[in-house]
Design a protein around this ligand. Structure first.
Ligand SMILES: *Cc1c(COP(=O)(O)O)cnc(C)c1O
Length: 351
């Protein structure tokens, strides 16, 4: 039976604790950046052993400031994967630099270190490394390239690589708290670094008032309203991650024998399953449309690789991933009945 309403592809996880915290903030009258933001930054940095953290208005703003704090600007190149959202190339352009695209690995959709090596030049000033779908990238190989790394942990809060939290490997790292990310503040982001100088630059640039001299700065501040929401979310992050992992195990188990490729299991990483991506040779678009008819909203996990927007060739793996990849609904608020519906729908569509 085509029961219930459509299962959405993603959904924020909000409960009474979030509501209580935000109401408390509103009642206090302190709603702009203040002690709430400081508290959130400190709690976030402590949880992941991150040195220091600066909260900002979005993940994109975090990327922009991370680039500026590393001295990236006009005449420089920044290496980014093509199989990613446009936020990365936008941030590089904001900084006045040129994004240089590289292909990714087929298994996990993460940046391929060998492809990066081929694109290094005298102008390369940084590499932005996203951990796609919550699966940490090959940080050891990328670090060996000797170029400053910006870890983009927007999809990977809580994930670990070689036993250590992601965000501790880059010269500077960024997070996003958009509505449907691992944890949310509605919109929001974080810049973290062990380097005090980098962090000081970020803090200086994110707000414009009460400065000793006039130079171009930004209004990228987070508000205490968002920070109070974020603190409530942070306190439940382990639960969110545990729930995502248990759902991934459920899909792994129940989708055995269905003709599609399930996410690979890595031995060096502890992924958080921001996305659960299955591969269906060449028919992602058809499968997504058929799933919709079954009452399940699936998505391409990357809407369109950057090189496709720019009509450039030479990224065969990302091209293949675009044709093959289907992201199934997976988030802490997904009910057991909904997950069962996803499994049944995919079986029906693929067999
Ligand atoms: C969501 C996301 C961003 C952008 O974050 P916003 O908060 O939406 O600006 C950047 N990089 C990656 C990998 C993302 O998933």
């Amino acid at each position: 039976m085509a029961s219930m309403r459509t299962v959405p592809h993603s959904r924020p996880t909000i409960d009474q604790k979030d509501i209580d915290r935000v109401l408390m903030c509103l009642r206090s009258g302190q709603v702009s950046m203040g002690p709430g933001v400081q508290g959130f930054e400190a709690a976030f940095a402590a949880k992941f052993q991150l040195g220091g953290a600066a909260a900002v208005s979005s993940g994109t703003a975090a990327l922009h400031l991370a680039l500026l704090a590393l001295g990236v600007g006009e005449g420089h190149e920044v290496i980014i994967p093509t199989y990613v959202c446009t936020a990365l190339s936008n941030a590089v352009h904001y900084a006045g630099a040129r994004p240089v695209l590289v292909d990714v690995g087929y298994e996990d959709g993460n940046m391929a270190p060998l492809a990066v090596r081929r694109k290094l030049s005298r102008k390369t000033r940084a590499i932005i490394v996203p951990h796609m779908f919550g699966e940490p990238a090959d940080l050891a190989a990328l670090r060996d390239l000797g170029v400053p790394l910006i870890e983009d942990c927007a999809q990977a809060v809580g994930a670990r690589y070689a036993g250590k939290p992601v965000g501790t490997f880059g010269q500077v790292s960024v997070f996003s708290f958009y509505a449907t990310k691992m944890m949310t503040t509605g919109e929001g982001g974080m810049v973290v670094s062990q380097d005090k100088k980098v962090l000081r630059r970020v803090r200086d640039l994110l707000s414009y008032d009460h400065k000793p001299e006039c130079r171009v700065r930004f209004n990228y501040k987070m508000s205490d309203i968002q920070a109070s929401f974020g603190l409530a979310q942070l306190q439940r992050l382990e639960k969110f991650v545990a729930r995502r992992r248990s759902m991934a195990r459920y899909y792994n188990e129940r989708l055995k024998g269905v003709p599609c490729v399930l996410p690979a299991n890595s031995v060096v990483t502890e992924p958080v399953y921001y996305r659960y991506v299955v591969k269906v040779r060449g028919c992602a678009a058809k499968v997504i449309a058929a799933m919709q008819k079954q009452g399940v909203q699936c998505e391409r996990p990357v809407f369109r690789p950057l090189h496709v927007y720019h009509r450039i060739k030479g990224f065969p793996v990302a091209d293949q991933l675009m044709k093959d990849s289907v992201s199934l609904p997976l988030y802490p608020g997904l009910t057991a009945r909904e997950a069962e519906k996803v499994v049944h729908a995919l079986r029906r569509v693929l067999t």
